[in-house]
Design a protein around this ligand. Structure first.
Ligand SMILES: C[S@@+](CC[C@H](N)C(=O)[O-])C[C@H]1O[C@@H](n2cnc3c(N)ncnc32)[C@H](O)[C@@H]1O
Length: 228
């Protein structure tokens, strides 16, 4: 009820969310820019189009997958049903979510870590990385024309840099529901865009250019990238 009222006055809502980020950053001992999307919303089999594609692409291969921003583990659990031989590692900056993920889904092939993006290199290299609904600030990004003071492009670029560091060459990076375009980052020269069969109809998500200005009505079409 209060949240619904707050959303009617964007600048008050944004101020309220900033307080929430501060609290979560402190609670989880994170560095200043360590927290991206804060909401832990997730569900089983939320993105069957990409899970099916990865399942078909890698079949029974024992690949290593990183779910960046795994929340309570449902994304990892879903991936494991399509890729039964993959080793899947879920990471999240929210301690409580990681504890829940461990208690519900941890197994020989599924493990979970409370870790920040800058420390991902301690987990080794991956063949596939998913970053779904994490490289964003939502719903505030719906309400603003310039995202600079909420989630600037520089933090997006720095975060994808940490993902790039731990992705093997020829590996796949899947980014969905992010506030910026991966191909606008400095990493674009190292990747090619892959369109895949069965990709869901493009959806509109609040997108901004590298100068933090809103791109009106932008539909997400480029989501899967292969490292050259
Ligand atoms: C909306 S959930 C997405 C869950 C899952 N990927 C999905 O799409 O179902 C966003 C998650 O990203 C996590 N998160 C935010 N900043 C992060 C960061 N820097 N590194 C890892 N996880 C982060 C949040 O704690 C939250 O659990």
């Amino acid at each position: 009820m209060i949240k619904r009222l707050l959303k009617k006055v964007p600048f008050v809502y944004i101020w309220y969310k900033k307080l929430q980020y501060k609290r979560l950053t402190k609670e989880n001992n994170l560095s200043q820019d360590g927290l991206l999307q804060s909401a832990p919303t997730t569900q089983l089999n939320r993105h069957p189009d990409i899970f099916e594609d990865l399942g078909a692409r890698f079949k029974d291969q024992p690949i290593r997958i990183l779910s960046f921003g795994c929340s309570t583990g449902e994304e990892c659990k879903s991936l494991s049903t399509y890729l039964p031989n993959a080793l899947i590692i879920g990471v999240d900056v929210n301690k409580k979510s990681i504890e829940k993920a461990k208690s519900k889904f941890a197994s020989e092939k599924l493990s979970f870590y409370h870790i920040e993006a800058k420390s991902l290199h301690t987990l080794g290299k991956f063949d596939v990385i998913t970053a779904i609904s994490v490289l964003c600030r939502y719903p505030e990004s719906k309400l603003i024309q310039n995202i600079d003071s909420v989630f600037p492009f520089s933090i997006f670029e720095k975060s994808v840099g940490y993902l790039d560091q731990v992705l093997n060459s020829e590996g796949y990076l899947f980014i969905r529901s992010s506030n910026f375009r991966f191909m606008e980052t400095e990493y674009n020269k190292k990747y090619k865009v892959i369109s895949f069969k069965g990709q869901r109809q493009p959806e509109i998500f609040p997108k901004f250019n590298k100068n933090n200005c809103r791109l009106e009505g932008f539909e997400e079409r480029e989501e899967l990238f292969q490292k050259l």
